[in-house]
Design a protein around this ligand. Sequence first.
Ligand code: TYD
Ligand code: MG
Length: 458
Amino acid sequence: MAKPKISYACQNCGAVHPRWSGHCDACGGWNTITEEIQSAAPVGSLKAKGPARSNVVEFVDLKGQNAPLPRASSGIGEWDRVTGGGLVPGSVTLIGGDPGIGKSTLLLQLVAALAQKNLTCAYISGEEAIDQVRLRARRLGLEQSPVHLASATSVRDIVSTLEPQKGQKNPYDLVVIDSIQTMFVDTIESAPGTVGQVRATTSELIRLAKTHNITVLIVGHVTKEGTIAGPRVLEHMVDTVLYFEGDRGHQFRILRGVKNRFGPTDEIGVFEMGGKGLAEVPNPSALFLAERRERISGSAVLAALEGTRPVLVEVQALVAPTTYSAPKRAVVGYDSNRLSMILAVLEARCGIMFSGQDVYLNIAGGLKIAEPAADLAVAAALCSALSGIAISGDAIIFGEIGLSGEIRPVPQPDLRLKEAEKLGFKSAYIPQGKSKPSGHMDCHSFTTLDDFVRYLRG
Ligand code: TYD
Ligand code: MG
């Protein structure tokens, strides 16, 4: 028998080291390296052993004769939008999210919807007992749906159960693995959830998906930093990576695509967690603005764009004299570096000083905004918070701010304006651009931040 191979892998970043050490050079983590024993042949390669010989690689043209990808649309509009029209058979999707955010709920609702469409779906839970999953199904009103439920953690068992017998049809079209951190293969000695196990179990599941055209959905835990736990290579291995995010204090949940080999990655799906599970939110703007109080200083409405969909959200800022030597900058739902940049531009180009002030910035509703088009709304909220002068409650704002204090155009201004008009907004503060806004909105366009700030002060 071949000697087992010993490697030393960092549990944080997945880097493999030749010997044990207390410090990982790759990610800088301390005490993250553990020994991993691997038998010479992983499960998948057992069958493929033969005498060594080389074959000629065949080349083909790019065109091919394949029909467009068939997709399994679930009828859950927000899910289908994020996946690009539904799951592609044989694809592997990884879904990450904080504990308790609703991953298991989402996937149970999804498999129930797909089972309605005559797909044979399996839901394998390694975290919860059968009764717990049944309890959730009852709460969701899905106990009658023909989903095959099992509780298992051995990937060898799972693969041999799902694999079709020789010459027979696939017994299953789709399988949910909840979660990858509980799964193990017996060829590796380390505990479930370690880098080696996560990598090996994922590659076994990918092999199952690709050889038998079974759609695989994998739940992955996230670390404190918010990335999927385990090696980064996990995200490279799978076809699609989705994050299910949200604030546990809010009922909104956002499904965000970060990688998709078969569709767009900039779309979001918005759900609302209620007593009967997740409900789709077809018009998120109305929901995000529902609790807004008008005529309050420090509040600005941003017309953001998430994928192809415009979303209106409230940007809230609060400025208070600091009691520390270094003033505090706290953000929720926004990039703190971007906030520092906007504060610096306001100070250097417009002479508005925030030194000696603590600054708090919040995107209301639990949405995370990353696009530069939010800059102008953030600047407006900050100036309004500092001066105490409220911004007109029926105005929306968007625009990117450059380091020299210029306001730059952003993509799709018309789409943003149309959404604002639909929700009853009357005016807009926007960058000077070529596009002439249609409709009845009163548009004020600006070329420099200085002009805009002067305008706000009246
Ligand atoms: P769950 O899907 O178990 O989260 P995850 O798999 O991401 O850990 O969801 C857990 C939370 O959702 C739990 O705190 C209860 C809440 N919840 C509802 O509010 N309504 C519901 O109908 C269900 C099923 C769960
Ligand atoms: Mg769960």
